[in-house]
Write a protein that binds this ligand. Sequence first.
Ligand code: ZN
Length: 229
Amino acid sequence: MSARTISKTSLLVLLGPPGSGKSTLVASILGATPGLGHFAVRRQFVEEKRRQTDLWLAATESQEKGQWLPDEVVIEAFTRRLDAQLPGGMLVEGLPANAEQARLMLEVVKDRGRQVDRVLYLDAPDQVCMARMRKRSVCVTCDGGISQASVSEADPGRCARCGSVLGRRRDDQDEPFAERLRLHRHHIGGILDELCHDRATVLDGTADRAEIAQAAFRLLSQPRPARDL
Ligand SMILES: [Zn+2]
């Protein structure tokens, strides 16, 4: 790992198609940057459910109608998390998911006198993302089946932390996953336009995890955005 350090007051956005390796990179960055906050929509809504918040109720209502989480609900969850974290920084994973969320997010950030300091886009071809998805397993006991589990060396079917039997995320089946990929590709141009290209850098998600982490650290520890795009 590079000796460069990431400022724990930075506001960083990590985007990429599902299966591009975002969770793995997030774990590296957070592990090396104590005090940096983290926001990811799925993870946040597990927490909202646990606390039975108004946001969880709103999410349940849209789910019952078979709809996606409304942008306003997602952004409200982000806003509350950001306000709890400021003046510290935050690594925002997988948000915004469309151009409207990007616009709303920037408004919230600007209202607080802050800016998105940097956007990393971890990209990988669809077939690579799909192949990774088919292999990944999650632990429902440890984190509600949100991120990739640590697999036990002694028993690859079990979680290294708690010993539970590992499973797959409900939306990690070929069809729903392909739909998530398609949606991501559809929206990403509009998202990057809103966020401004000069803050975004593309990382090669097919590289090995140490290389990706090194590239990310090199970029995120620079004081000013490079114009790589
Ligand atoms: Zn576990």
